[in-house]
Write a protein that binds this ligand. Structure first.
Ligand code: GCO
Length: 453
């Protein structure tokens, strides 16, 4: 059987995030987060689902590490709940929260799995939101305090740190579209939030460099590779605007450029910046663009833009039936987009190293009577995207690793438990876990350091 071999030392992993899997939302001194508040507000999440219990990973983590070992994962990407460490967002530290992540990290290391923690995966302390959340500059300094507390405790055993996951979603879905916590719908607030998220990244990089001089520090983002639906000038304008406000707005300042001038003008023209970039202070660009060790890219789909659809993050699929169909989230399956994204980001920004920090698909295949989950569509999805990643490596992209989203089924934000992305099936009523066929397939890939042709 011929196969495509990955570079020696390629990092094979899987990812999760705290609110999506942990549960124990109010235990051991944890404070309330904006996702606790949002999910507890009727009408915000499908079926009224919440992360109160989720996959109960907070209690079942030893079992979960054992499952990771069975899959043969080399690395595990997870996030740290800020409200477990600093229940009010700043000030008082909760030792029980630090202890939890210390046990988890020690467990991973003992199992030979490299921890890749992410410091912010959207669960902002509600106490900070009460003072404006990310739209308040003070939140960026609180994030540095949180980063300092956790990296002092774990910096001796963690090398790979990610500051943020998808600041684009945290700002635009949370503060502009309002479909994620905190559920605000205002462009100016969202752009302030975006700026303070980027600034907080810079402050966190400083804290990590101070506490862990040997760390590899990165940033995870989800640029959507975009293209105009036709060669009509209106579709091209829609594409430029989408690529501008969704992709370049975040990556340009991260890599030492300013906010893109065409997007600033367009935001002003649309009335999104009534006071211009009044939140931008001297020195901010330097803080935001400190050298990074890696960039993490999350990829799920491309954007095909036509006039009139450009503001709707959820309305960017091609109109025609796409050849590979859709996943159950309704997102087009388009592996080639991962190749384009890797090439485009690498050629434009030249990150030193890149990881695919998330890629995966929602398919709800359930266990049969023998407890087997035959999720062939997920296997095909992963295979197609890994083949695209492999082509990018051959083209010269410094791709260091790949993390499946997700290690296990979990709470899919506003879609609640209606979507299953896991390699591991979770029965939410009992907490029981089962390896899906995709997990067994992934184990073979990891063992071979290769995908079959
Ligand atoms: C994301 C996320 C995950 C989602 C996944 C599927 O960053 O959007 O990191 O939390 O569950 O992307 O939508």
């Amino acid at each position: 059987m011929s196969k495509r071999i990955f570079p020696h030392g390629f990092v094979w992993g899987a990812a999760t995030s705290a609110y999506q899997i942990e549960g124990a939302w109010d235990q051991d001194g944890k404070g309330e987060s904006i996702w606790d508040r949002f999910a507890h507000t009727p009408g915000k999440v499908l079926n009224g689902d919440t992360g109160d219990v989720a996959a109960d990973h907070y209690h079942r983590w030893p079992e979960d590490i054992a499952l990771m070992q069975q899959i043969g994962l080399k690395a595990y990407r997870f996030s740290i709940a800020w409200t477990r460490i600093l229940p009010e967002g700043c000030g008082r530290v909760n030792p029980a929260g630090l202890d939890f992540y210390e046990r988890l990290v020690d467990g991973l290391l003992a199992a030979g799995i490299t921890p890749y923690p992410t410091l912010f995966h959207w669960d902002l302390p509600q106490a900070l939101e009460d003072e404006g959340g990310w739209s308040n500059r003070k939140t960026a300094y609180a994030f540095a305090e949180f980063t300092d507390a956790i990296s002092r405790r774990l910096g001796d055993r963690i090398r790979d740190w990610t500051t943020h996951n998808e600041v684009t979603c945290a700002s635009l879905l949370g503060y502009q579209l309002g479909i994620h916590a905190p559920g605000i719908c205002d462009w100016y607030t969202a752009l302030r939030a975006a700026h303070h998220l980027l600034l907080s990244h810079g402050l966190a990089v400083q804290a990590l460099r101070a506490n862990c001089p040997k760390a590899d520090v990165g940033f995870v983002i989800d640029p959507i590779p975009a293209e105009p639906a036709s060669d009509a000038p209106q579709d091209y304008a829609a594409y430029r605007w989408f690529d501008g406000h969704h992709n370049r707005w975040f990556l340009d300042p991260l890599y030492g450029r300013e906010y893109p001038a065409d997007v600033v003008s367009e935001h002003i023209r649309r009335g999104h910046l009534p006071k211009g970039l009044d939140f931008l202070q001297a020195g901010d660009y330097d803080l935001i663009s400190q050298p990074l060790d890696y960039l993490g890219l999350n990829y799920y789909r491309r954007g095909v833009l036509r006039a009139g659809s450009e503001d709707l993050i959820n309305n960017i699929a091609p109109t025609a039936n796409p050849p590979e169909g859709f996943t159950e989230t309704g997102w087009e399956i388009y592996p080639q987009g991962l190749f384009y994204l890797l090439l485009q980001v690498w050629l434009t920004y030249r990150p030193r190293q890149i990881y695919i920090t998330e890629n995966g698909a929602s398919f709800s295949d359930a266990p049969d009577e023998n407890g087997r989950v035959r999720d062939e569509r997920r296997i095909a999805y992963l295979h197609g995207h890994l083949a695209a990643a492999h082509r990018a490596i051959e083209a010269g992209v410094p791709l260091k690793g790949y993390f499946v989203w997700s290690f296990m089924d979990n709470f899919e934000w506003a879609m609640g438990y209606s979507q299953r992305f896991g390699l591991v099936w979770v029965d939410y009523a009992s907490g029981r876990r089962l390896l899906k066929d995709s997990a067994l397939w992934y184990r073979q890939v990891i063992e071979a350091n290769a995908i079959p042709d």
